[in-house]
Design a protein around this ligand. Structure first.
Ligand code: NDP
Length: 255
């Protein structure tokens, strides 16, 4: 990285931390208007599935392009990390949306646009760092406790996230079915185990790569999903009078 780019990279990380804090505070007062919190007044919308594909594609493409640009495929074993990232994002972008049972639902272009920006920034911060520092990810790194523990956390979080997402999707009986109280597995303890899994996953990623861009990304994900989990939890309580009182929003027994 040239000194100019390094300055830009560091400024972008600072910007991400700042906006992450802003988003965290804002989302406790304002529910992001998609999914169960969709409501009129947020401008034009696009079909839900298309929205997911459009907003997540930069995470696949920008990350991949920056990794390649930095020389990620030329040295070291950093391509393993490339595969980890793409395992999450290729699924999220091109597989998950086809299972959604939200026919007819739309997502505001504004939400899609903001998510595109978020994914471009994080794709660059993560892909560029790993590409440029690919040579540092040697066979030695792959037996380092930080990599091993981070990998367990990453894939454990991913499994939790996938299981919870597909469980929720399966609750809806047909495309016109309504919302149901989830009762199985991790849902006995928290309202949003899919968000908890996602937060755990990216903390694992930060540990297994030990990269600053990944730490910023983990922070951003928590800043975005923690208030969303509270909003969903509140919505469940308001919508279903018999919603289990002992259930937490995001962290069992705590939050
Ligand atoms: P939700 O839990 O709100 O919804 C997931 C899917 O299940 C949607 O199709 C939703 O339908 C459906 N659903 C949810 N609850 C019920 C229920 N009680 N009964 C029937 N159907 C239900 O998740 P999101 O849509 O917010 O997020 C999806 C994925 O994207 C998650 O894995 C999340 O972690 C990830 N994500 C990551 C972000 C990040 O910052 N990294 C940001 C946002 C999401 P409907 O859409 O109609 O509500």
């Amino acid at each position: 990285m040239s000194p100019t780019e390094l300055t830009f990279y560091n400024a972008l990380m600072a910007f991400s931390v700042f906006t992450g804090l802003l988003v965290f505070l804002t989302l406790f007062r304002l529910d992001a208007p998609y999914g169960r919190h969709a409501r009129p007044g947020w401008g034009p919308g696009i079909p839900n599935r298309l929205g997911w594909i459009a907003m997540e594609t930069p995470a696949v493409v920008v990350f991949g392009g920056c990794f390649w640009w930095g020389g990620g495929f030329d040295s070291g074993l950093a391509w393993v990390l490339f595969a980890f990232w793409q395992c999450h994002y290729v699924h999220r972008t091109y597989i998950f949306p086809w299972f959604l049972r939200t026919k007819g639902k739309r997502m505001p272009v504004l939400v899609v646009g903001m998510a595109i920006l978020f994914n471009c920034i994080n794709g660059y911060l993560n892909g560029r760092y790993l590409g440029v520092h690919a040579a540092a990810y040697t066979a030695e790194w792959f037996s380092d406790p930080r990599f091993l523990l981070g990998t367990v956390i990453f894939f454990g979080g991913m499994a939790m996230n996938w299981w919870a997402d597909y469980h929720l999707i399966g609750l809806r009986r047909g495309p016109d079915g309504g919302y149901v109280i989830p009762t199985r597995g991790l849902f006995r303890w928290v309202s949003c185990p899919n968000y908890l899994g996602e937060c755990i996953e990216w903390c694992g990623w930060a540990l297994l790569t030990c990269s600053p861009g990944a730490a910023v990304f983990a922070f951003w994900t928590i800043a975005n999903l923690a208030p969303r989990a509270y909003a969903n939890h509140r919505w469940y309580r308001e919508t279903f009078p018999d919603y289990p009182a002992e259930r937490s929003a995001l962290v069992p027994g705590m939050l």
